[in-house]
Design a protein around this ligand. Structure first.
Ligand SMILES: Nc1ncnc2c1ncn2[C@@H]1O[C@H](COP(=O)(O)OP(=O)(O)O)[C@@H](O)[C@H]1O
Ligand code: SF4
Ligand SMILES: [Mg+2]
Length: 356
């Protein structure tokens, strides 16, 4: 059985969303250039799966491929499985229908997606009227319940307000309530808390956790912030240069990272419990899928690269509790003891791993 088989549908009795071998190209000067390559993962009902990686690694393009919100001229191939259907091969009309009803999406900047001229009520009820066929009064009643469920006080008053009258955190709650209004199978949250202050960020993360527990909501939680992913995710997929390079269950990537990139990402994140003179950064600059070098895409930045890494393409390989894409994954590349529970591997090494 290959890594792809294990990671995706065939071995799993119940999944909400499956991606198998998904490659997406954008059109640049008439040429198709890849932005994500052979991406595969699954989300079960009630699971929150994290997609993490540096800027440009392909996280948003993965979400946009699932949601059918690609830039003009882009092409996606592979399987985006929702229910029994592959959204990449059904008719355009069916795809729109499924994507509008079964996939909710929330973004970093709700202001960019909520029409400033619409009262909250219009934003909240439109999807329910179009996709669920509810009457105006039914949709209104449900909208009030949902605003209350996402923790907004005075929901009736909020319905009458315009976006500019609400704070960023309140607007994000409106966006979540709006996304949930059509009872989607999955919520895609793309950097949904990044623009918020730390307290509001924590509140929104805990809201998603509560919605998962209460409603069995499935979430693809996209973030560059590993600490946030650690708080809420059941499984984490790490992306680099448009590909998944590590997938681990639970706190696997924090307790025992296997890919050198994951290891460096952990070391480079701020540690609020430890003061360091200089925050380590991952050396070199990230590469995109379209500019990736031969062999392992991470090799120009990797502290553990050997000659073979420049020529051998690493496959995603099964390991205990996940998958890793590194030809040296079987070796003990770093020697520090494994982290205690509740402590990350990067903390055990004093945040010095990524220096070069
Ligand atoms: N609208 C677009 N047209 C062409 N290329 C794009 C567009 N948006 C993003 N890209 C490219 O796709 C790659 C992945 O970007 P993205 O998915 O936005 O990364 P992330 O969300 O991980 O920061 C990057 O190389 C980026 O330059
Ligand atoms: S394959 Fe080589 S270059 Fe790539 S992550 Fe592994 S050791 Fe580093
Ligand atoms: Mg993004």
């Amino acid at each position: 059985m290959t890594a792809t088989d294990v990671m995706t549908t065939s071995a799993l009795p119940q999944v909400t969303l499956t991606l198998e071998g998904v490659t997406t190209y954008v059109r640049m000067r008439k040429l198709l250039r890849p932005v994500i390559l052979d991406v595969g993962f699954f989300v079960r009902p009630g699971e929150i799966v994290g997609l993490v990686g540096e800027s440009g690694s392909g996280k948003s393009m993965t979400a946009r491929t699932i949601a059918g919100a690609l830039p003009r001229g882009a092409v996606a191939e592979g399987v985006v499985g929702l229910g029994e259907e592959n959204l990449l091969t059904v008719s355009r009309r069916r795809r729109r229908e499924v994507q509008g009803k079964q996939i909710g999406m929330i973004f970093q900047d709700p202001k960019a997606y909520i029409d400033p001229l619409w009262r909250v009520e219009v934003h909240m009820t439109e999807g329910m009227r179009v996709h669920l066929g509810l009457s105006k009064s039914e949709a209104r009643a449900r909208a009030i319940d949902l605003l209350s469920a996402v923790g907004l006080d005075q929901p009736e008053r909020r319905m009458r307000q315009f976006p500019e009258e609400l704070s960023g955190g309140m607007l994000q709650r409106v966006m979540i309530a709006g996304a949930l209004s059509v009872e989607p199978s999955i919520l895609l949250a793309d950097e949904a808390t990044t623009a918020l202050d730390v307290t509001t960020q924590a509140e929104i993360v805990s809201l998603l956790g509560r919605l998962r527990a209460e409603r069995g909501l499935s979430v693809l939680f996209i973030t560059h912030d590993l600490a946030l992913a650690d708080q809420i995710c059941d499984r984490i997929c790490v992306m680099y240069a448009g590909r998944i390079v590590e997938v681990r269950e639970g706190r696997g990537i924090f307790e025992d990272p296997l890919h050198p990139y994951t290891k460096d990402l952990l070391a480079a994140r701020p540690n609020i419990r430890k003061r360091v003179a200089r925050l380590p950064v991952i050396k070199g600059t990230p590469t995109s899928a379209m500019d990736a070098p031969s062999g392992c895409a991470f090799h120009p930045r990797c502290r553990f690269a050997v000659e073979a890494c420049t020529t051998t393409f690493p496959q995603l390989t099964a390991v205990s509790g996940g998958f890793v894409r590194c030809i040296r994954a079987g070796e003990q590349l770093w020697s520090e003891p494994r982290a205690e529970k509740g402590q990350t591997a990067s903390e055990t090494e004093g945040n010095s791993a990524a220096g070069g």
